[in-house]
Design a protein around this ligand. Structure first.
Ligand SMILES: *Cc1c(COP(=O)(O)O)cnc(C)c1O
Length: 351
């Protein structure tokens, strides 16, 4: 693998001179700030939001970095992981020319972001039933125009971890970027691949505050990568992409690591309980092993079950139309009470 960041970056992005914010020029915290055309009289609210947020989120990155074992220079923060995904396309993929590989069935946003950016998508199927990577098929789909390979682990909607060995094979044999989406890694029994960033300059790891941290409404996604890749993403992003409230509230939330870890344990225990409970129903054909906060369940008459659940105000994700997930519904793991209620209602479903 000979990775050359300049070679895979769009030339206009490589040469881009980023927008320089007013605060880039003065680092002091006190003073009379008349440089950004903000409203010095303040906000019409109890709390003052009249000042622009820190464009590179220094305090938040430092605190996050301690938890993740990374220096701030290796961290990009965005308006959800979705922003990081979009920025990867905009930084590396020339519209109408380049392509990316996704390993299906997987998270839908990779393809949507590709379509928005007019970038071709090459779909390589995961191995049926085990949903593991066919790394030789993935590498065979690569050509000179392939810039990104997306791997989601634990994978959505299947729930399984992708074997580390096959991800390493991609990293070793692909001279573009492997984007490893670890949105659900906190629920998995195997660790994050963040430590591999030291060995592989072509690895980008995505994580999010939306799942295990329970902060989906605040929109904070993270990308971890080499410093030059992070610099590129920072250059392309909107200058003030993470708002003041999000930065403050996530900063505060990070003090509650043990609470979050306890809830992860409880979710994993509920996942086991739910998997067993599902299997007791005659209309359940298979519960796929999951290392995430959801279960993919194969049932008889999936459409009818989906409608039945919805009538009973239980909303799950219908994956029946997804190739290799035929007949499957995806159930997020709820609270113990919610889960018991789901099981109770399922008792009255007649397939
Ligand atoms: C939920 C999810 C995310 C999170 O996206 P955000 O924009 O950070 O909320 C990312 N990747 C996958 C695979 C997901 O399922």
């Amino acid at each position: 693998m000979n990775f050359d960041l300049k070679k895979i970056t769009r030339p206009n992005i490589w040469n881009l001179v980023p927008y320089s914010t007013a605060r880039d020029e003065y680092k002091g915290k006190s003073g009379i700030f008349l440089d950004a055309n903000e409203n010095s009289f303040g906000s019409p609210l109890e709390k003052d939001y009249s000042r622009y947020p820190d464009p590179i989120q220094v305090d938040l990155k430092e605190k996050l970095g301690k938890i993740k074992g990374l220096r701030a220079e290796h961290i990009f923060l965005g308006n959800g992981s979705d922003e990081a995904i979009d920025l990867l396309f905009r930084s590396f993929c020339e519209p109408g020319v380049d392509n990316v590989i996704i390993c299906t069935p997987t998270y839908g946003m990779y393809e949507v972001a590709a379509n928005i950016n007019n970038v071709a998508v090459r779909k390589v199927s995961l191995i049926p039933e085990t949903f593991q990577l066919d790394e030789q098929a993935v590498l065979k789909a690569v050509d000179d125009q392939t810039k990104l390979i997306f791997v989601c682990s634990p994978n959505n909607p299947t729930g399984n971890i992708i074997s580390n060995l096959s991800i390493l094979t991609l990293l070793q044999n692909f001279s573009g970027i492997v984007v490893l989406d670890e949105a659900y890694i906190n629920y998995a029994s195997s660790p994050s691949m963040i430590p591999e960033l030291l060995r592989f300059p072509n690895l980008v790891v995505l994580q999010t505050m939306s799942k295990a941290w329970g902060l989906a409404g605040l929109r904070l996604g993270m990308a971890f990568a080499s410093e030059p890749i992070i610099d590129l993403l920072n250059k392309v992003k909107a200058p003030y992409n993470v708002n003041v409230l999000t930065q403050e509230l996530v900063f505060e939330a990070l003090d509650n690591l043990s609470l979050v870890n306890n809830r992860i344990k409880e979710t994993v225990a509920e996942r086991k309980k739910m998997a067993t409970a599902f299997l007791s129903f005659p209309f359940v054909k298979k519960v796929y092993p999951s290392e995430a906060n959801f279960l993919l369940v194969k049932v008889d008459q999936a459409q009818q079950l989906f409608q039945f659940l919805q009538k009973n105000k239980i909303i799950v994700r219908d994956r029946t139309a997804v190739s290799l997930c035929e007949g499957c519904l995806r159930f997020t793991i709820g609270t113990p009470n919610e889960n018991s209620e789901v099981i109770n209602i399922l008792k009255s479903f007649e397939a």
